[in-house]
Design a protein around this ligand. Structure first.
Ligand code: ATR
Length: 289
């Protein structure tokens, strides 16, 4: 344990529940490694008391906060400013103290982008397949449009939801970038090899035997599969991607980089690739089933 003294700054997580978070492990490890006088703690915020929590954090000079379920959208009106991508998504997970209040960011998505970059995966100028249209996939659809994807084939079990997300994103970026389809309609995607991002909850522990799509013909179209799930570490989607010759990654790096980006914003430092790799190793051990 590092020494806590009069100069120690506090950051933390607000949400409900917060008990199972891995964020304290990540941020306190980073603080020790980068010699920042900072501690990170979970704060449980009861429903209906978010205003008080933000006002209290401000009054206590809390340097930064992560925000998790159910407050990622509800917190926005309480901020002094919101970063462009986070504003388009309508969800923030990181607050940074500035002169007149907290500024909101969505490092879940910048984290995903950085994780993919570090694996050599590009979105800009590319055609992408995205599975899912729930909260997580919706944010990825915004990221893809923001990061300059050419076209995104958005496949979801319920077509209505896919259409809704497509309309919302296309309107926000004023271009027909997102193309909605049902899961079974993947044959309408032009022949080729694609990056596929898996944003459904199919395959999430304990339902580890599930994948949103089982057909081998779909996986023949995938050169790289990126699953947002990290528990289990090797999902059925990832196994199917590899079985058809593609590379597959799980969501653990995204988790690491969402925290790393938040840490950089709070401390004005840059976390090196080697330090990021150290965090990833720690997370791997922590999430082993
Ligand atoms: P999250 O916040 O994790 O995104 P969510 O908003 O409940 O969770 O969304 C879950 C997503 O996974 C949806 O896209 C859902 O598809 P529907 O919109 O048709 O419900 C998808 N999903 C969940 N279980 C699935 C399954 N067994 N097969 C295919 N898609 C599934």
């Amino acid at each position: 344990m590092r020494e806590i003294n009069g100069r120690t700054r506090t950051c933390g997580l607000i949400g409900n529940p917060v008990a199972h978070t891995l964020s304290p492990l990540i941020h306190n490890t980073l603080a020790a490694e980068l010699m920042q006088e900072l501690v990170y703690v979970p704060f449980l915020v009861d429903q209906g008391r978010l205003n008080e929590a933000i006002a209290g954090a401000w009054a206590l000079h809390i340097q930064g906060l992560n925000v998790t379920v159910p407050y990622k959208s509800e917190v926005i009106p309480l901020l002094s400013r919101v970063d462009t991508l986070a504003e388009k998504i309508g969800a923030v997970n990181t607050l940074v103290r500035c002169e007149d209040g907290y500024v909101g960011y969505n490092t879940d998505m910048t984290g995903l982008q950085r994780a993919m970059e570090s694996d050599g995966v590009q979105i800009s100028g590319r055609d992408v397949i995205l599975l899912g249209a729930g909260g997580a996939a919706r944010a990825v659809a915004f990221l893809c449009a923001y990061a300059g994807a050419e076209r995104v084939w958005l496949l979801n079990r319920t077509i209505e939801r896919a259409r809704q997300v497509a309309d919302e994103v296309n309107r926000a970026f004023e271009r027909e970038c997102i193309l909605p389809l049902t899961l079974t309609d993947y044959s309408r995607i032009p022949d080729g090899k694609y990056l596929a991002i898996q944003g459904t909850s199919a395959g999430l522990y304990p339902n580890t035997e599930q994948a949103a799509i089982e057909d081998g013909a779909f996986y023949e179209m995938v050169h790289t599969g990126y699953d947002l799930i990290y528990k289990p570490a090797d999902t059925r989607f990832m196994k199917l991607v590899r079985a058809h010759g593609g590379k597959a990654y799980n969501g653990l790096k995204m988790l690491a980089y969402q925290a790393i980006h938040a840490f950089e914003l709070w401390n004005g430092v840059k976390v090196s690739e080697a330090q990021a790799a150290g965090i990833l190793e720690k997370l791997k051990k922590e999430t082993e089933i």
